[in-house]
Design a protein around this ligand. Sequence first.
Ligand code: FO1
Length: 314
Amino acid sequence: MKAVFFSGGTGTPKLLLGVREILSDRELAIITNPGDDLEWNGLLVCPDLDTVLYLFSDKLDLTKFWGLKDETFNALATLKSLDAEMPWFNIGDKDLGLHVWRTYQLRNGNTLTEVTIKLLEAWNIKSVIVPPTNGTLRTKIILDNNEKIGFQEFWVKNKGLLEIKDVIFEAKDAIISTEAKRILEMDCPIIIGPSNPVSSIGPILAVDPIRKILQSKRESVFAVSPFIGQQAFSGPAAKMMKAKGFEPSSAGLAAMYSDIIGTLVIHTKDSSQIPEIKKEGVSVISTDTYLSTQKQRVKLATLILKKSGVLENR
Ligand code: FO1
């Protein structure tokens, strides 16, 4: 194994598209965010895990960065006509097959890791892609009126528009899986991708004792900032950082990750923040962090893999 990535839903998968042009899939392990998972009409849906699984099996819809290519929504239309639960969450027909199979496997006593590994084998995926825990750890949003809603209800149903008072995690048996522990103990860099620090990376770090493991190998942990100025590339990261008492910027991220990362990758436009980041004891790489084109993804991936020593001997 050459590198381990922590991934959420959109930013990190884009970076992984670049990484896959440089390293072989066999050389990669990815731990995915469990916080966005949800029960949908009796089925377990794991959006961020599935995005990475679809990416590595070349099935991902690369226009939306979730769901499958050439998807149809006939089952959803039936469910909508029957007044089903969460009709606003667009599960496609092909995607539905995975959720039916996975839920049945779990009901038959398999763990989420076992089911995911079966899937890696069935779809001939050579990377190790696993959730951090076999328990549950779900992100909940506390609104200004103290109402508590799930991440997808906030993000998809309400389009991320509601004001946030806090973001919390509801955990049950959320201890690290044997497989995730094995991956994190390997002698290779850990790269926290440019995903939402609160709702995508936060849940992975909240799985006991992942934060402690990273603290113990801080110098080999790299993070890529999803911020430019006070804005995130996409999603509700800025709002959530503020709710957690951190500035929504690369400097704010350095403060949030200061105990677990040795190096932060930021956009050159944020170079004025370098002194503040360094005060946190974090080294800085400043470069173009946009990931819109494949050229940008490969360029950023190459730089990170070089700086983290993965490409040293190539
Ligand atoms: N995102 C949306 O904006 N609208 C949807 O209806 C939607 C459905 C959906 C179904 C399966 C899946 O794996 C992901 C889905 N997403 C949808 C993406 C998801 O809400 C988020 O982008 C991630 O959870 C954030 O990483």
